[in-house]
Design a protein around this ligand. Sequence first.
Ligand code: ES4
Ligand code: ZN
Length: 320
Amino acid sequence: MATTPFAELHMHIEGALGPELIFALAERNRMHLPYSGLADLESRYEFTDLQSFLDLYYANMAVLRTAEDFADLTRDYLRRAAAAGVRHAEIFFDPQAHVTRGVPLQEVLDGILDALGASEREFGVSSGLLAAFLRDQPVHDAEEMLGELLRLRAPLLGVGLDSAEVGYPPTLFEDVFARARSEGLHVVAHAGEEGPPEYIWQALDLLGAERIDHGVRCLEDPALVARLVDEEIPLTVCPLSNVRLRVVDSISDHPLRTMLQAGLRVTVNSDDPAYFGGDVGDNFAQLRSGIGLTDAEVEVLARNSIEASFASEARKAELL
Ligand code: ES4
Ligand code: ZN
């Protein structure tokens, strides 16, 4: 499977936390887990929608306590991503989900950045960090978190918007994103995963989103598709996530090819690799068997991912 190197632009580092690491970290941190064992935990990875996944995702994060935990998690992800062919990774983390559990922001940053700082040398993967705001929490919390990140001079690539989508439109976060942009940060937002096309319009017009995470529901609105094509806005699509969260019925029903043929700047990503059935390599493999994704299409997707990344022009040139 000779392909150009590719970039992963949509993954949540907390979503790389799998059952085995959960048990290992619980033991190291002397915590009791509400599961009888590994098999019991593994039996809970059956989701009906985004919220049913988020419930387990937030519960499992309890084992992440120290900088070492975050570093181990991040290295574990980078090792697997490198093996799957990823050469550049832009990683989301959910800082609000950790500080509300009493884990200091600096501890979270130290751990993730320690692993990212060694990534190019250790794994050949260049990287960047995106702080995601939880849209289902008060806007004020996002404002405070952005202030704290800026105060700590966290070396961020940018900010994003995630968690439960329906009922939490981008418009709520207009001011937070304006401030992030004025600080020179890149901005992206999850939109059109479970939410309507209107949320994608808002992410573009009100947040100034440079990429849309997911965005699959744009297909319901031809004028929106035209806009995304015209402005070459990348969409970070996550096929296995879409299947597991029932955004689509099965991988064979995934509209990825329709999106490519419409001229959309699609990329393929793992979202939460420990929850949705694998890394970005597994996403490509299932697309090959499920919709007959061709080598030529894989090449386009790989190229799109490098071009849509926030890597330096020098790094992009190296990878293209
Ligand atoms: C997420 Cl799949 C997905 N959607 C929205 N927010 C998220 N956070 C982690 N995974
Ligand atoms: Zn996501």
